[in-house]
Write a protein that binds this ligand. Structure first.
Ligand SMILES: [Fe+2]
Ligand SMILES: [Fe+2]
Length: 181
C-alpha cells in the first residue's frame, strides 16, 4: 500500500483532491472507467469478429454497420477514457507510487501513444468499410486489427491488475484523511 500521508502529497495531487471534492465521487469515476473497459472489450470482440468475416466470407451490411459503430466508439469514448486516465489516474501514482509502480504507469502512458498511432491508421479504414469503400490494402487492415487487439487487451489487463486497485486505494485513503481533519 502506498503511504499517502500529507508529506507525500504533491501540489498536483492536492489540487486533484480539491477537484475531487467538487466533482463526482471517486468511486463513481472508477465505476465509469471500469464500465468503459467493459465497453472497450465488447467492441474489441466485435472488431475481431468483423475482421474474420472479411477474410472468410466477405463483409455484409451488418459488418459494415458494425465497423461504423466501432470506429465511432474508439474515436470518441475510448479516447476520452484515455484522457481521463492521463488526468486522474496516472498523476497520483507517478507522484506517490513505488519505482515499480511508476515504471508500470510510464509503460501504460507509452501504450496510449502506441494505441493512438495504430488507431490513426485503423480508424479511417473502418470508416471506409462503413461507407462501402474498400480503398485500403486488406492485409494491412488485418495487420492493424491484430495489433490493435493485442495492444488494447494487454493494456487493459495491466491497468486492471496493477493500476486501478492501487489508484482506488490512494483515493480512498487520501480522502478519508481529508475528511477526518
Ligand atoms: Fe489506459
Ligand atoms: Fe483504461
Amino acid at each position: 500500500m502506498i503511504d499517502v500521508s500529507d508529506t507525500y502529497l504533491s501540489p498536483y495531487f492536492l489540487s486533484f483532491l480539491e477537484n475531487a471534492m467538487s466533482t463526482p465521487a471517486p468511486t463513481e469515476q472508477f465505476k465509469a472507467l471500469d464500465a468503459c473497459h467493459q465497453q472497450i472489450q465488447e467492441h474489441l470482440v466485435g472488431l475481431q469478429r468483423m475482421a474474420s468475416h472479411m477474410e472468410s466470407q466477405g463483409l455484409n451490411d451488418a459488418d459494415r454497420h458494425q465497423a461504423g459503430e466501432i470506429e465511432a466508439f474508439f474515436s470518441s469514448t475510448s479516447r476520452e477514457h484515455h484522457e481521463q486516465e492521463e488526468k486522474h489516474v496516472f498523476p497520483p501514482l507517478l507522484a506517490t507510487g513505488s519505482e515499480e509502480m511508476k515504471s508500470v504507469v510510464r509503460s501504460l502512458q507509452q501504450d496510449h501513444g502506441f494505441i493512438e498511432e495504430n488507431w490513426i491508421e485503423l480508424g479511417p479504414q473502418l470508416r471506409a468499410i462503413a461507407e462501402g469503400n474498400d480503398w485500403f490494402d486488406a492485409a494491412e487492415f488485418q495487420h492493424n486489427v491484430s495489433l490493435f487487439l493485442e495492444l488494447m487487451n494487454g493494456h487493459i489487463a495491466l491497468e486492471e491488475s496493477m493500476i486501478y486497485p492501487e489508484s482506488k486505494a490512494i483515493w480512498a485513503d487520501a480522502i478519508a484523511k481529508r475528511i477526518a481533519r
